[in-house]
Design a protein around this ligand. Structure first.
Ligand code: MN3
Length: 197
């Protein structure tokens, strides 16, 4: 079964002005679709054709001869996660089970947000900022290009795309402002809480 572009849970214009319809038309409709088209072409005639997306990522990680498959599979997984991490009028209060875990592992919600923004700002070039579960503990981490914490045995539960295609139309070069707005106005904390189990 070839991989397919997931539908968004909101209209293209529903996240404006933080993330404009123009950004989503390109980012979801063109960039994400291209990763899927490439992934399907690269796996259709080999032993990965029937593997799960997670298996493809972990099996090709670190193998230079499979970099094309890894990059497109990683970006497909990362974007499936990313679209679900946002909602119209997001941000705001977290469900208590998520807030309590964050306070337990970071000290405060503000410290988590500070660490998350710092991870995204300091990811040199393209990549991702993440909240992930590592051996039962919540951690903030970052990854370059198409990689994600799955390759390090962690479970990512929240991620922000810091490739320029995700924010340049709406924020130009202001990546820190994009990350702050992502947390305060777009984050779907109910989805993140659902990933804690
Ligand atoms: Mn992207």
């Amino acid at each position: 079964m070839p991989f397919e572009l997931p539908k968004l849970n909101y209209e293209n214009d529903a996240l404006a002005p933080i993330m404009s319809a123009e950004t989503l038309e390109f980012h979801h409709g063109k960039h994400h679709q291209t990763y899927i088209t490439n992934l399907n072409n690269l796996t259709k005639d080999n032993d990965l054709a029937n593997a799960s997306l997670e298996d493809i990522i972990t099996k090709t990680s670190g193998d230079a001869s499979k970099a094309g498959i890894f990059n497109n599979a990683g970006q497909h997984w990362n974007h499936i996660m990313f679209w679900q991490c946002m909602k119209p009028n997001g941000g705001g209060a977290m469900p208590s089970e998520l807030e309590n875990r964050i306070i337990s592992d970071f000290g405060s919600v503000d410290k988590f947000k500070e660490d998350f923004i710092q991870a995204g700002v300091t990811q040199f070039g393209s990549g991702w900022a993440w909240l992930a579960i590592d051996n039962g503990k919540l951690v903030v981490t970052k990854s370059a290009n198409a990689s994600n914490p799955l390759v390090d045995g962690m479970k990512p539960i929240f991620g922000c795309d810091v490739w320029e295609h995700s924010y340049y139309i709406d924020f130009r070069n202001r990546r820190p402002d994009y990350l702050k707005a992502f947390l305060d106005n777009l984050a779907n904390w109910e989805f993140v809480a659902s990933q804690l189990v």
